[in-house]
Ligand binder design. Structure first.
Ligand code: SAM
Ligand code: SF4
Length: 446
């Protein structure tokens, strides 16, 4: 890049909010910076460029963001050349980009989820021309291939297979801020994963808002794509998220069962145990169908872990509806669950619905749900004691010295005595203990 010299010596820091998609977008933003010759800073306050990659799925992420941007005012006063950018989903909401740049006039760059390719020119404008850039909601175009990606060190990597969502669940802002569903071409995905495998990555997490509807534009469905990734790329472990229950097919379960390198882990959000609420949520699936899917997944793949997302306090949710959710949790015994209090999002259908639930009721329900579900995770973990597991070592354990940590095939974080040279290797371990959210183990011979 000809402008490389202008940016030489500059450093960047990216603060990411929200889901894995946002984390992966931040890897792309970092890739663009690195290609410009800008390197990563260790600390936010010392960086020359600070970007906030935002989330708007729930209100609490937004509130946290405003506090953290506000805190930059004093830093920018001391370091006026610092460039501050705010990007991502929240900036894609109607009117938000302009409102944010008025509220925080010291912010230099504001843009949404589909203007990443303009980062070099926006940084140039801020640094050289001392001009602000505020890009308001732009129409969503095709997926841009070949944006450089700066990933974490091996062994784990994210690969996005599609963008956007067509489902319009009544509570969810995603279709409005990420646009309609667009799938990448299978050959582009396969090429990227082959490259990752050659560069020492052992595991890919395939990302999409609803991976099971992958391919409406490419002619290759998700089961076929998964089969090709498993057999043609040399990657040793494959996970994927998220699966919408309405689109999971027997074909998908068959492909999962027939390849050892596809992890036996299904993340498919049910959201509620009440059909009445599922209908109001526009999930287009039923609790009976969900139970049946879990049954057939477990029958085909004994030991397959099942995780979910649950929302409590959706408008109109009665005590009776909530009890159905508690019953489902009890029956399915999820291996993990992300549990949320319903958060009204402006512009979504649910935000206009009658019978919004009082905060104290939401709080009582979420506390009861989280407590019971956490106990179930612990009970499930206890059952793993004595089992032999193949762990992909991800890093040094954060909790205890002299230990490394990594995941079992079914996604459980496990700690055991080991050294940093094991990072990126598969190690066989006997599970010797269980904590509330992790396992402990000992290395065994094959
Ligand atoms: N596409 C995925 C699916 O449909 O399963 C989920 C993506 S969404 C970003 C992640 C989770 O956030 C959802 O499964 C839902 O449980 C939760 N969520 C989305 N909108 C929400 C809202 N308005 N209030 C509370 N939780 C919400
Ligand atoms: Fe949101 Fe539903 Fe799409 Fe998931 S499937 S991103 S919850 S609209």
């Amino acid at each position: 890049m000809e402008n490389r010299l202008i940016f030489e010596g500059m450093t960047y820091y990216i603060e990411t909010y929200g889901c894995q998609m946002n984390e992966h977008d931040s890897e792309k933003i970092a890739g663009i910076f690195e290609e410009m010759g800008i390197t990563a800073a260790v600390e936010k306050a010392q960086a020359d460029i600070v970007f906030f990659n935002t989330c708007c799925v729930r209100e609490n992420a937004e509130l946290k963001l405003y506090g953290n941007i506000g805190a930059m005012k004093n830093i920018k006063r001391k370091r006026p050349d610092m460039i501050i950018g705010v990007c991502g989903c929240m900036m894609q909401e109607d009117g938000t980009a302009v409102k944010l740049s008025k509220t925080f006039p010291f912010v230099d760059i504001v843009f949404g989820t589909n203007s990443m390719q303009d980062i070099p020119s926006m940084i140039y404008s801020a640094k050289v021309l001392k001009q602000k850039t505020v890009i308001e909601k732009r129409p969503f175009g095709n997926i841009i291939e070949d944006i450089p990606v700066k990933r974490n060190q091996p062994p784990l990597s994210y690969v996005s297979i599609m963008q956007g969502c067509n489902n319009f669940c009544s509570y969810c802002i995603v279709p409005y801020v990420r646009g309609r569903e667009r799938s990448r071409e299978p050959e582009d995905i396969l090429r990227e994963i082959r490259g990752l495998s050659c560069s020492g990555y052992k595991e890919v997490m395939l990302l999409g808002q609803n991976v099971n509807s992958y391919g409406s534009s490419t002619g290759t469905g998700f089961p076929e794509l998964l089969e090709r990734i498993a057999s043609e790329t040399g990657i040793e472990r494959i996970r994927f998220m998220t699966s919408h229950p309405k689109d999971i097919s027997p074909d998908l379960l068959r492909v999962m069962a027939s390849h050892d390198n596809i992890c036996k882990q299904l993340h498919f959000p049910v959201q509620s145990g009440s059909d009445r609420i599922l209908e109001l949520m526009n999930r287009r699936s039923t609790v009976a169908r969900y139970r049946e899917l879990v049954r057939s997944a477990r029958e085909l793949m004994p030991g397959c872990s099942v995780s979910t997302d649950l929302i409590v306090g959706f408008p109109g949710e009665t005590d009776e509806d909530f009890e159905r959710t508690m019953e489902l949790v009890e029956d399915i015994r999820f291996d993990a669950a992300y549990m949320f209090v319903y958060s009204p999002r402006m512009g979504t259908r649910a935000a206009q619905m009658p019978d919004q639930i009082a905060d104290d009721v939401k709080k009582q329900r979420i506390t009861r749900l989280v407590n019971r579900q956490n106990d179930i995770v612990y009970e499930n973990n206890l059952k793993k004691i004595g089992s032999k597991e193949r762990i992909l070592v991800e890093g040094i354990s954060k909790r205890s010295q002299g230990e490394v940590s990594g995941r079992t095939d079914d996604g459980r974080m496990t700690n055991f005595a080991g050294t940093s040279d094991m990072i990126g290797s598969f190690i066989n371990v006997r599970i010797t203990g269980a904590k509330r959210s992790t396992l402990t183990g000992k290395i065994i011979e094959d």
